[in-house]
Design a protein. Structure first.
Length: 163
């Protein structure tokens, strides 16, 4: 706005902010394209390294092992074996539906610990009551007196002090 009032403003004063913003957009675009190229390269390496017997996970969350890789006119199709024993099933997927190699390790049961390691010393501390008040001991006489006192029901009446 000041440049409109002052006709002798320089080129950078007029268009400097626009040039900086465009430069920032170009830099962000370049960084994102480099990252996309890297992830695409990793994806191609994964798909070309697949072989029969590999355990894989699909984008839909199905885990299985590759039984066959079939070349079709539309591309490669993978036959996955899922389940075990009588619950075995076979599903065919496009090779692009594979998300990653299943690299989970076998579940190892925990070893039983010996009795010597179960010896634990227990330290007790005195627990303070809320706001640090000491616990009040109630004697049987005080308890009897408290039960004898009749308390009024409901709210007490308002006393008009002006009368």
């Amino acid at each position: 706005m000041f440049s409109l009032l002052n006709e002798s403003a320089s080129f950078f004063d007029s268009y400097g902010l626009v040039i900086i913003l465009l430069g920032a957009l170009v830099i962000l675009y370049l960084f994102s394209s480099f990252k996309n190229k890297d992830t695409a390269r990793q994806r191609i390496e994964l798909l070309t390294s697949l072989s029969i017997g590999d355990k894989v996970k699909t984008y839909s969350g199905i885990y299985g092992s590759i039984e066959q890789i079939i070349e079709t006119t539309d591309g490669k199709v993978v036959l996955l074996k899922t389940g075990e024993g009588k619950k075995t099933s076979y599903v065919s997927f496009d090779i692009n539906a594979i998300y990653a190699n299943d690299q989970k390790s076998e579940i190892i049961s925990e070893e039983i610990v010996s009795d010597d390691s179960m010896n634990v010393e227990v330290f007790t501390t005195e627990v303070k009551r809320p706001r640090g008040r000491p616990r009040k001991e109630v004697s049987p006489e005080d308890l009897a007196k408290a039960q004898e006192v009749k308390r009024p029901r409901g709210r007490p009446r308002k006393v008009d002090s002006a009368k």
